[in-house]
Each structure stands twice: as structure tokens, then as C-alpha cells.
Design a protein around this ligand. Structure first.
Ligand code: NAD
Length: 261
């Protein structure tokens, strides 16, 4: 628990399931108030809101598409209308499309970029304008991926978007550091969430993924949420512009793990 987080107000995009769900729960445990954004799964978002309340926080759910300026404005409006302020903005929403790059349609490329990268820009822009207008030392957390660093054939749009999120995070961290606004990213590795449900249901694919993790296991969404709580809290008060990899060592060149090479 981080006592400074108590009564702070957060927006979490893509909060109806997976990592967003876990971050909302953790923020509830920290007794925060949370705007849970969802794109289509209202029932899932409602369930998360109940979990946040059970954990000791407050929550409201808002349907919005993060790839639109209006959607992000609605999330800010909900934070102000329901809870009166904004302290932390978590750009978590994301999705991926697998395709050999020479067959990837422009439509699919644009879709992945618009949610994973433009969505992060629009969310951050919305939060920055609010923080600057209020002279507030706000906090922005962008959920990136190990694929901001590790190339991922057949997922070129996703890797390009996450690579963009990395330099966007570093750039705005530098741009707003003097105002006390901190901006960091989290780079999850292989985490057990709906985005991976099909892959991990297949034993061969699960084993293959596990073999790429030095710690030899898939991560839990709560382990990513723990990083989000730390980055949101004053315990990380001198940290800005980093990507906190939460990946069981996946970014450590695991092909070398037994001394190969
Ligand atoms: P998930 O599919 O469980 O959740 C993603 C959420 O984003 C869903 O709730 C979805 O509805 C939402 N979303 C998608 N498009 C949206 C839009 N246009 N507007 C609003 N919300 C939208 O996946 P997850 O694993 O929880 O992923 C969360 C984040 O973590 C993503 O950015 C993902 O790229 C990243 N990530 C996940 C893993 C992993 O192994 N699970 C690894 C690295 C990075």
C-alpha cells in the first residue's frame, strides 16, 4: 500500500479486462477513485467497478474509444464530474493484429496504430492539458510492451506502435519534467490476460512462450498492476521517462540463458 495514493483519482483506459482490470483493482486497494474505460464490454467494466468498490475504492465506468479525441475528453469529464479532479492517467488500452507484413492491410495497420499509439498520444494530451491548467504535478503511465524493444515478425504494426510509445513517453517526460509531471511506461512480457487466451490455451504455444521467459512462467496481471501502483505513487517520485519492464526477464536475450553463444 502507498498511503499517498489514498483518495487520488485515476483514469484507466481499456479497464474492463486483463491488465486494466488488475490496475483498477490495485488502485481500489489503494483507496483511489477510478474511471474505468471500456470499449464494448459494459458487463465486464461493471464487474471491475464492483471489485474496486469491494477493495475499498470508488469507481465509475465510461464507454469511450481511446482512438478519438472526444472519447478521451469524455474520460476526463467523468473524472471531474464524479470525483472532482484527476491525478493519474493510465493509457492501457491496446490490441494486436497478426499478419505477415507484406499482406497487412492499410486498414489493419491504421487500426493498431490508432489504438496503441494515437490513443496514448490523445490520452496523454488530455491529461497534460488538465494538469497544466491546474498547475498540477500529475502522473501519466503508458502501458507499452516488451515489443517496444523486441522486434516481433508478423506483428509489425504492434511493434511499431509500442516502439512509438517508448519515444513518445521519453519525449513528453522530458518536455513536462520541469512542471513536476511524471510520465513513465510499463513494458509487460507474457501476461495471462484475454489478449493471450487463445495462444495460452494451446499447450505447445504456451510452452514455447514460457521457454522465452528466464523466470520460466507466464506473468500475472497483478504483477503488472503492482508496477503501476509504484509508478503512480510518490515512492517513485524521482522516476520519469523509464519503461519498467515486468517480464520475468524476457528482455534479457533469453536465447543466451544457459551460456550459449
Ligand atoms: P486485453 O485484451 O485483456 O485488454 C485490452 C483492453 O483494451 C480491452 O479491455 C479492450 O476492450 C481495450 N480496448 C481495445 N481497443 C480499445 C479502444 N479503441 N478504446 C478503448 N479500449 C479499447 O489485453 P491486456 O493484455 O490486458 O492488454 C493491456 C495492455 O497491455 C495493452 O496495451 C497491451 O498491448 C499491453 N500488453 C499486454 C501483454 C500481455 O501479455 N497480456 C504484453 C505486453 C503488453
Amino acid at each position: 500500500m502507498y498511503t499517498d495514493l489514498k483518495n487520488k483519482i485515476a483514469v484507466i483506459t481499456g479497464g474492463s479486462k486483463g491488465i486494466g482490470n488488475a490496475i483498477a483493482n490495485r488502485f481500489g486497494q489503494e483507496h483511489m477513485s477510478v474511471v474505468i474505460n471500456y470499449n464494448s464490454d459494459e458487463a465486464g467494466a461493471q464487474k471491475v467497478a464492483e471489485e474496486v468498490a469491494d477493495n475499498g475504492g470508488q469507481a465509475t465506468i465510461v464507454k469511450a474509444d481511446v482512438s478519438t479525441e472526444n472519447g478521451n475528453q469524455e474520460l476526463l469529464r467523468a473524472a471531474l464530474d464524479k470525483f472532482g479532479d484527476l491525478d493519474v492517467w493510465v493509457n492501457n488500452a491496446g490490441m494486436e493484429i497478426k499478419s505477415p507484413t507484406h499482406k497487412l492491410s492499410l486498414e489493419d495497420w491504421n487500426k493498431v496504430i490508432s489504438i496503441n499509439e494515437t490513443g496514448v498520444f490523445l490520452g496523454a494530451k488530455t491529461a497534460l492539458n488538465y494538469f497544466k491548467g491546474k498547475n498540477k504535478k500529475g502522473n501519466i503511465i503508458n502501458v507499452s510492451s516488451v515489443h517496444e524493444q523486441i522486434p516481433w515478425p508478423t506483428f509489425a504494426s504492434y511493434a511499431a506502435a509500442k516502439g512509438g510509445v517508448k519515444l513518445f513517453t521519453q519525449t513528453i517526460a522530458m518536455e513536462y519534467a520541469k512542471e513536476g509531471i511524471r510520465v513513465n511506461a510499463i513494458g509487460p512480457g507474457a501476461i495471462n490476460t484475454p489478449i493471450n487466451a487463445k495462444k495460452f490455451a494451446d499447450k505447445a504455444q504456451l510452452d514455447q512462450t514460457v521457454s522465452m521467459v528466464p523466470m520460466n512462467r507466464i506473468g500475472k496481471p497483478e504483477e503488472v498492476a503492482a508496477g503501476a501502483a509504484w509508478l503512480a505513487s510518490d515512492e517513485s517520485s524521482y522516476v520519469t521517462g523509464i519503461t519498467l519492464f515486468i517480464d520475468g526477464g524476457m528482455t534479457l536475450y533469453p536465447a543466451f540463458k544457459d551460456g550459449q553463444g
